[in-house]
Structures are given as structure tokens and as C-alpha cells.
Design a protein around this ligand. Sequence first.
Ligand SMILES: [Zn+2]
Length: 296
Amino acid sequence: VLTALVVFAANATFLTVGLKADTGQYSIEQISEHVYRFTANNHHSVFAVSKKGILVTDPINPEAARWLREELDRRFSRPIRYVVYSHSHSDHTYGGEEFAGASFISHRYARDAMVRTRSRSRLPDVTFLNQMQIVMDDLTIHLRYHGPNNGQGSISMLFKPDDVLFVVDWIVLGRMPYMDLPGYDIPGMMRSTEEVLQMSFARFVGGHGDTGAKADVRAYLGYLQALHDSVLDGIEGGKSLEELKRDVELPEYRNLTMYEQWLPMNVEAMYNSLVRDSYLLRRPENRPSSTVESSD
Ligand SMILES: [Zn+2]
């Protein structure tokens, strides 16, 4: 009798915690006729619902994916036909096994990275290199690779006819780019963002941050360019990293969340990218000795 009571009490505690977590952490918001945004804490993904099926993007994590699958069954009662991973990173791709029965799709490099690093999530069944279209009843989902930017095989997803674009990590609206941009290819982020700005879309949904319009994506690229130009000007002016972290200000962007906290880290990331990848300090005009030589 005692054992049974203990088990019951343990189950009851677990159930209460589970319910509390669900209502606090997860939500679904309709973006357009067919497209919805799924939120799990600081992470977002989207899913699209057509007459006969559902396409899910990042599962985010096993608990979030379970909650999402139950909500999809309850709200729409139609099969989940596709799962598309945005890129290789586990904080977006874990939980895929919750959607058993769907076809899993990713960029080839995302799958390669998942295999190579022993990802515990469901591996993609179908991969592509440049672009791929998925037709689901009256919806077409355009998947496109823009080169390196963050993680491996990170793609854009354009939902037509809704004109909704979904990108994870390398475009963030309403918030500063993440800390010191760990694992980001900064020139690649800028080039990829320039490419999506050539595409036709009305609404943007990111894996983090706010939703927005195309003008907001253009403003985000404006921030990256302003940061790039300020740091490059500083390097060419002979400033050290410490001076740049102290001095660079971009007041036009101070309304972005985490502006004060992350600006010096963004400056450091940009400096490292310019010095390590673009060899700025190896240019004769930027070497301290060249000043002496040219003054002779
Ligand atoms: Zn992320």
C-alpha cells in the first residue's frame, strides 16, 4: 500500500509540473492563411497547413515537439507529411523522432553534419544542394541554400502563395545578433541576407526574435553593414580591439533588445572576422610599421 501511494504522489507531482511548463513555454500564432509560428521559449519555428496535410519545420527539442504534435493532431487532425530542418544545430533540430511517418528534408550539409557529429535526432531522408520545391496541395514551399552563414546547411524557406519567409539564426529582427556571434560566418550572413532581400515576401519569421516585414529585414542588414563599416574604419584608423569595444556606438539601432549588453560583443565578433578571415592586419597599409616606412 505504501509503495502504491508513493508512486501516485510522484506521478501527481510530475503531472502538475508538466502542465505548468506547457502553458508557460509553448504557443502557436497564425501568421497567414496557411502558415503558423510555433514558439518554445526563445526558439521559434513555423508550420504550414494545407487541405490534406501539414509541413513542420524545426522540432526544436523533444518536449516541444511532443507538445506541437499533440496540438497539431487536436487542432487540424490531418497527417504531418514533411519535416524540414533549417540547419544542423541541435537546439533547432532535436525532437524530430516525434514526427515518425513524415518525410524529413534538409540541406545535404546539414544532414552530413548531423551524421558526422552523431546527432540524436531523426536524420533527413531527402537532401538537396541548391534549391528544392515542395508542393503540398495548393501550397509551394521553396527551400534555398545561400552558402555558409551559421551552422551547416542553413536554408531559407519561402511559403507561397502566403509570401512568408522563414530563416533561422542569421536574420534576427528586433534583437541584436547573438552575443559574440559564435559559429557565424559574418560575410556569409550579410551575403545570404542580401540574397533573400531579392526574393518576394511580405512577412518574415525568424528562429529567434520578432516577426516583421521586408523593410525590417533590410534594417537588419543595415545594422550589420553599419557595424562592419564602423569596425573597418577603426581598424584602418589604427584602433585596437579594446578601443573599438569601448568607442563604437550605433545610436540608430539602440532600440534593439540587448543593444547595450551585446554591442561590444558584436564589435569583437566583427573585428575577429575582419582580422582572422579577411586578414585586415596583414595588409601593408594597416601594419603599424608601414606608417613609419611611408613617412620616410
Ligand atoms: Zn538558434
